[in-house]
Design a protein around this ligand. Structure first.
Ligand code: PPS
Ligand code: MG
Ligand code: MG
Ligand code: MG
Length: 358
């Protein structure tokens, strides 16, 4: 691993995401996933709560004075003791089999009540100053429920800039060279060595992938975006949910760029990981609802991983994502991620298509 800054942060973040990702996989194989509907009608499961508890516990052990912005809160568990106990059983039993790795994470969470307090430690307002971790315990909860792609996401912001990013993608292929295709990994197969990958990046140190493991950390390999000589040959990915990204606009942009291959639709930040490893080329997330504000935990890790793999990530106006404004990306609309040398060309097409609609 390259020396420089953030070695301890990267190691703890990789192990924490690995342990949490394995917890979510065990929930997937249970019939009862404790699915609740949140106030915005989006789902949350015992897997989301459990993964958030495990990651925050590891962060508090290693970096007790850092702040945390996480997606979930413990309110629903405080109001439903049966649900709380189900999450607690999962969290209590989640362990990596490598003792040194478990020690790095500070071992097990102490009790059901301390677990609730730990989950609620993710309530920082975020901002432009200091060290702030951001967590999406399951990104793409709908994908998780249907056995498709999802990601366990963790990033460290220092003074509003992403310094470390980790994504756990249990249903993506281990191999970086497997081309992106519709339905990849959707059988949620447990076949040893075939599926399950951790992506990571540290600012200035490049991006890596490594197989997800039940032990300590597997060895990482450098990843990079695929060079594209002709943009018309690009493969692009976008959200599964039509309400999250305008697929009509994406099709019009693709047509402008001469792209004929159909898009690959997948849930979660697995899209960022997939293009960073060269399995696909572009990620287009085009705003559908004018009032929707993106959340920092949905993009921080993926933004750094793609940029460290040789890509550029901006909003639809070509502005870098601004993580310094609190829990949301209130100054940005949509996301366009592409290899650096074609990003300008993609933005040009985006502006022409979206501009024509105003
Ligand atoms: N209206 C709207 N527009 C844009 N984004 C929204 C919207 N509503 C929700 N969300 C967030 O989308 C997160 C999942 O993004 P995906 O790209 O994976 O979408 S999809 O799952 O493919 O549909 C999802 O993250 P999770 O809640 O972690 O699953 C949401 O935070
Ligand atoms: Mg959610
Ligand atoms: Mg999310
Ligand atoms: Mg989530």
């Amino acid at each position: 691993m390259a020396t420089g800054g953030y070695d301890k942060e990267l190691n703890a973040a990789l192990l924490a995401v690995q342990r949490a990702t394995l917890l979510t996989k065990s929930v997937f194989h249970q019939n009862a996933k404790g699915t609740l509907s949140k106030s915005d009608a989006s789902p949350v499961t015992i897997g989301d709560f459990g993964a958030q508890a495990l990651i925050i516990s590891a962060l508090q052990h290693n970096f007790p004075s850092d702040e945390i912005v996480a997606e979930e809160e413990a309110k629903d568990l405080r109001e439903n003791s049966q649900l709380r106990d189900t999450v607690w059983e999962l969290v209590r039993d989640a362990k990596l089999s490598n003792a040194t790795a478990e020690q790095t994470l500070g071992g097990a969470v102490g009790s059901a009540d301390s677990m609730l307090d730990i989950i609620d430690k993710g309530d920082s307002k975020g901002g432009a100053k200091g060290r702030i971790w951001t967590i999406d315990p399951i990104d793409g909860t709908k994908g998780f429920l249907r056995g498709g792609q999802y990601a366990v996401c963790l990033a460290l912001l220092v003074d509003g800039e992403v310094k470390v990013g980790v994504l756990g993608c249990p249903n993506l292929p281990v191999s970086d060279s497997e081309p992106l295709k519709e339905g990849i990994g959707t059988d949620a197969s447990d076949e040893e060595g075939k599926f399950g990958v951790l992506f990571s990046a540290v600012e200035g140190q490049g991006a890596q992938s490594r197989p997800l493991s039940k032990e300590g950390l597997s060895e990482g390999k450098k990843i990079g975006m695929k060079p594209i000589s002709n943009i018309s040959e690009a493969t692009f990915c976008e959200s599964v949910e039509a309400g999250h990204s305008s697929q009509g606009d994406a099709a019009a942009i693709a047509q402008k760029l001469g792209i004929t291959k159909p898009s690959v639709r997948m849930d979660s930040q697995a899209k960022y990981g997939s293009i960073a490893r060269g399995a696909g080329d572009l990620y287009l997330r085009l705003p559908v609802r004018k009032d929707y504000v993106e959340k920092i935990w949905d993009h921080a890790a993926g933004d750094l991983i793609v940029r460290e793999a040789g890509g550029q990530v901006t909003d639809v106006n070509g502005n870098r994502l601004d993580f310094s404004l609190g829990r949301t990306l209130k100054n940005n609309k949509g996301v366009i991620a592409a290899p650096k040398d074609v990003h300008g060309q993609v933005i040009q097409a985006v502006k022409e298509v979206l501009g024509a609609k105003q």
